[in-house]
Design a protein. Structure first.
Length: 201
């Protein structure tokens, strides 16, 4: 009986260590690809235009935090407690995040229009990047993998999406693409992560 418990504890401990490894790898890949993309795009676009993209990303992220509705911790907790109800829990959370994402998207546009009226570049950039808020429902995949301690699937998805979009960014620079191409690929990066996460379920 004692040996069985020890084996169980040892197995759980190893599982947690492996999960931590994948989480660290994910953070490292975000930093690496983010740094590469930032350095070359900033140099290509210039301080002003790159600043607009950076501002828009931070602005959208601010509203995205509101759209989470405090669901991540609740969702993971419920999935751990009731794994058999995973479809119901994930479906409910996904629909809630989708609805709140749509609302937050339009609110963010109204706010940016009010405070940056006449700044078409900033408004248009926020309108494009802001669509990320609508597709945040894909985070349900992360909640599921967190609940079963399998973050490697999240790391795979993020790494593949970042690698793909980083390569595209370099291609855009080589072909001297215009400003909005980088706005779209920045948006696509987040959306692609969401798509890969959903397909990894």
């Amino acid at each position: 009986m004692l040996n069985t418990k020890n084996k169980l504890y040892k197995s759980s401990f190893i599982k947690i260590l492996i999960n931590i490894y994948w989480l660290i790898l994910e953070k490292f890949s975000r930093i690496l690809f983010g740094l590469l993309g930032t350095l070359f795009i900033a140099r290509y676009l210039g301080v002003e235009k790159f600043g607009v993209i950076s501002f828009s990303m931070s602005y959208v992220d601010l509203f995205a935090v509101i759209a989470t509705l405090g669901l991540p911790s609740i969702a993971v907790r419920e999935l751990v407690k009731k794994p058999n109800d995973a479809n119901i829990i994930l479906g409910t959370v996904g629909l809630s995040k989708f609805a709140s994402g749509i609302l937050i998207y339009f609110v963010s546009i109204l706010v940016i229009y009010f405070f940056r009226k006449g700044d078409d570049l900033a408004i248009n950039t926020v309108m494009i990047i802001g669509t990320i808020s609508i597709f945040k429902f894909s985070d349900i995949s992360v909640y599921w993998f967190d609940s079963v301690v399998k973050s490697k699937y999240t790391s795979y998805s993020i790494f593949l999406a970042l690698l793909t979009t980083t390569i595209i960014k370099f291609i855009l620079i080589i072909y001297r693409s215009e400003y909005y191409s980088f706005v779209y690929i920045t948006t696509a990066e987040k959306l692609l992560i969401g798509v890969f996460l959903l397909f990894s379920l």
